[in-house]
Structures are given as C-alpha cells and as structure tokens.
Design a protein around this ligand. Structure first.
Ligand code: PRP
Length: 213
C-alpha cells in the first residue's frame, strides 16, 4: 500500500493534530519525544507518513503532491494562494486577522490616508485595503515581531494575527479592525483527492467525527 503523506505545521498545530489523530487510533510514538530532531514519522499500521514543515511551506508541499494532505492555518492558505482543496475546519488554532496599531491610528483607516502597513501577510493586507476598504496603502513585508513596526515608526498600522491579544496589549497597541476569523484547516492535493479518494475520505470523516465527540 502506498503511504498517504501528511504535511504538518511544526509546533502547536502539529501537536494538536497528532492529539486528534490519537483519538482516532493513529499514533506516532516517535513524534512524542520532545528531544527528537526528526522531521518524518511513519505509522505502518495505517500506511501514513507525517512530516513537519514551516507553515507557509505546507501548501507548497501539498500543491506539488509531495504531501497528499496538509494541516495549516487558514491565514497561510489565504496568503499562499496555492491550487489545493480546503476540506476540513479543525476548529483549533483559532485566532483573528486584524488591523492593529496605536488607538490614534484608527482615524487613518478612513479610506483617504496614504499610510504604511507592516505585515507578514502582504497579500491578505493588500486585498483587504484595496478591495474591502478601497484605500491605497504601502505594504511593508516583515518576518516577525510585527508589533514593533508602529512603535518604532516604520508603519502606521499592522495586519497580523491576534490570538489572546496579549502581544498587542503589552505593547500598547489595539485591534482597530477585524479582517477575518481564522482556524486550522486540512488541505488536500487535487490529484490525491481523486486517486486516493476512499482513504482520504475515511481519514477526514474519522477526524471530523472525533472533533464532534
Ligand atoms: C503571532 C502574531 C502575534 C502573536 C499574537 O506571532 O504575529 O505577534 O502571535 O498572539 P497573541 O494575541 O496571543 O499575543 P508569533 O508568536 O507567531 O511570532 P512572530 O512574532 O515571529 O510572528
């Protein structure tokens, strides 16, 4: 039997996904070892192979068929715009994509001002300002600690994910607008969906059932 390969987002999403897998009887002992640096794990019984990748790379592996399935945040799916099917909302990894900044910056979001927006998500930020708000802005791509940008004067506002809100709070920033709610999703390669339909459908329905117990 050919292995079904699943690309997981390294970190908390991978852990939560494997907890869900365990609920449906699929376990990977090796992955539980906190000191392991291994990136690929196999479950022989179910013919499954799991690997750990950086979030933004998960849709890439799935589009090219290097993974049949992937688990990744909806923010990353939106940003990457890959040719993949989004098939299941896992309900965890819940957060919100927001425009944030100092309270005074709220008045700059009226559609008229030429402002700078710092973000790890240039596509999401551009789509939101251009299409939803009809406001011309300059997007500045950063790779992390986005909250710094308005504090040090790189940008007026940021577009970023907010989970508990504590990063914003501890840096004197506020949510100014909500772009959309987000959660973790299962994505599938379109060819795999056809060729391995039975196995994939069974796995997804078992996962879905475990989510609702
Ligand atoms: C994310 C995000 C925010 C923070 C939000 O950053 O970019 O900074 O989490 O979480 P909170 O609302 O619970 O505080 P991440 O930890 O992924 O690191 P990064 O700064 O490298 O993007």
């Amino acid at each position: 039997m050919r292995y079904l390969t699943v690309a997981l987002t390294k970190g908390r999403l991978a852990k939560q996904t494997m907890n869900l897998m365990e609920q449906i009887g699929i376990s990977c002992e090796e992955m539980r070892d906190p000191n392991t640096r291994k990136l690929i794990f196999v479950n022989e019984t179910y013919g499954l192979k799991f690997f750990l990748a950086k979030g933004p790379d998960v849709p890439t592996y799935v589009e090219y068929g290097a993974a049949d399935l992937g688990v990744v945040g909806e923010d990353t799916i939106m940003e990457e715009g890959r040719k993949i099917y989004e098939v299941l909302d896992l309900g965890f990894g819940k957060c919100r994509m927001c425009v944030a900044g100092p309270e005074e910056a709220a008045r700059l979001l009226n559609g008229q001002e030429q402002i700078r927006v710092a973000t790890k998500y240039p596509k999401i930020a551009r789509d939101y300002f251009n299409d939803t708000k009809n406001q011309t802005v300059e997007i500045i791509k950063l790779n992390g600690s986005i909250e710094l940008a308005p504090i040090v004067g790189l940008a007026e506002v940021i577009v970023d994910i907010v989970e508990t809100g504590s990063t914003l709070r501890e840096n004197g920033l506020k949510v100014l607008e909500e772009v959309c709610p987000l959660s973790a999703r299962v994505v599938v390669n379109p060819v795999s969906m056809r060729m391995e339909n039975e196995r994939i459908t069974k796995l997804l329905s078992d996962m879905n059932a475990a989510l609702h117990t």
